[in-house]
Design a protein around this ligand. Structure first.
Ligand code: PMP
Length: 336
């Protein structure tokens, strides 16, 4: 294997004490600054883990092609890792995702195929389109094709179990002298929740793991023993699910919280104005969930969550007064 190149830039992100959310709840709430990864999101970790596992297994060979269906961030991570390792990257993405992610994927040289947003059971769903495209390309690509398969490829959660979980445990120990009480985050593939949560529980079984779920997802109901049905909708991207992805199988949960878009947006705007952190919608869901858990458990607990990506990636949506007004969502004073 050649020299590591880009790889050491992925992960080892700071753990930020969130002043506003901590002061509001009496708990110590920390956010893992995943927006600081080279591709700007937590998904760089999954991309790296999937590529490394495929290289080790021989399913990704020099000059090969990576194909993936993604809400955007995994595609960005795969394209950057692919560029660094000499792979072409073909990305299938629902056209409803932010223009900023689409533009950035093109900028970094991903071959992009946008498809209409369809539920998973529809053969036109981006994940199925990507899988078929990978099969088609495999017939002609001399160096082979890897379908990254982030939802069901367990290299994704294994990467978080190896990196995100142990990093958080060590950082909280160094900062507070103790283990965290709670880890919570939302699910796209479940890699972050299951991998990080599993590693934290392995380090200290007393650590509780909570699912954070946006409206429009079935996972809150699934986690609380209900039917796989969704209620409401959400403008957040990259999280919320209509099914239980392979990376979530066997996850040990101690509870689940559901967060509305207005609640998440208020957190996003407060994190920006009061904490100096410009984060995306899923980070808003995560921090709002951490605050809900803090209020349920009471003051004095240490709660860790994930700041999945940055807000600039959603400037045309989350920070666009017209977009927000059209959906009856709060518009922050400085943008109004
Ligand atoms: N937030 C954002 C912005 C994402 O793009 C994703 C991944 N789709 C997640 C959160 C969820 O991460 P995971 O896939 O590990 O569940």
């Amino acid at each position: 294997m050649s020299t590591p190149g880009l790889f050491p830039a992925i992960g080892q992100t700071p753990l930020i004490y969130l002043n506003g959310p901590s002061a509001a709840t009496g708990c110590a709430i920390y956010g893992k600054a995943e927006f600081m990864n080279p591709g700007g999101s937590v998904k760089d970790r999954a991309a790296l883990a999937i590529v490394q596992a495929a290289e080790a297994a021989g399913t990704l060979k020099p000059g090969g092609v990576i194909v993936e269906g993604t809400a955007g961030n995994t595609g960005i991570g795969l394209a950057l890792v692919g560029n660094a390792r000499g792979y072409r990257t073909v990305i299938v993405m629902p056209e409803t995702q932010s223009q900023e992610k689409i533009d950035f994927l093109r900028l970094i040289g991903a071959e992009l195929k946008l498809v209409p947003a369809k539920p998973f059971k529809d053969p036109g769903n981006y994940v199925h389109v990507a899988r078929r495209l990978a099969e088609e390309l495999a017939a002609t690509e001399p160096n082979g094709v890897l379908f990254a398969d982030q939802f069901d490829n367990l290299a994704n959660r294994d990467g978080h179990a190896r990196t995100t979980g142990p990093e958080i445990y060590a950082q909280v120990k160094a900062l507070t002298g103790k283990a965290p009480d709670v880890f919570t985050c939302a699910v796209g593939t479940g890699g972050t929740l299951a991998g990080t949560g599993g590693a934290l529980k392995a380090a200290d079984p007393a650590i509780k793991v909570f699912l954070a779920d946006p409206h429009g997802s079935v996972l809150y109901n699934w986690a609380t023993g209900g039917d796989l049905v969704a209620e409401g909708t959400s403008i957040t991207e990259g999280i919320g699910q209509g099914r239980v992805p392979g990376n979530l199988a066997g996850v040990q949960l101690d509870g689940a919280v559901r967060v509305s878009d207005p609640e998440a947006l208020e957190v996003v705007f407060n994190l920006l104005k009061n904490d100096g952190l410009c984060v995306g919608g899923s980070a808003g869901i995560n921090v709002a969930a951490a605050m809900q858990v803090a209020r349920t458990l009471g003051p004095g607990h240490t709660i860790v969550t994930i700041l999945c990506d940055g807000g600039a990636r959603y400037q045309s949506k989350l920070f666009n007064p017209e977009f927000l007004r059209a959906r009856n969502l709060p518009v922050p004073g400085w943008l109004a």
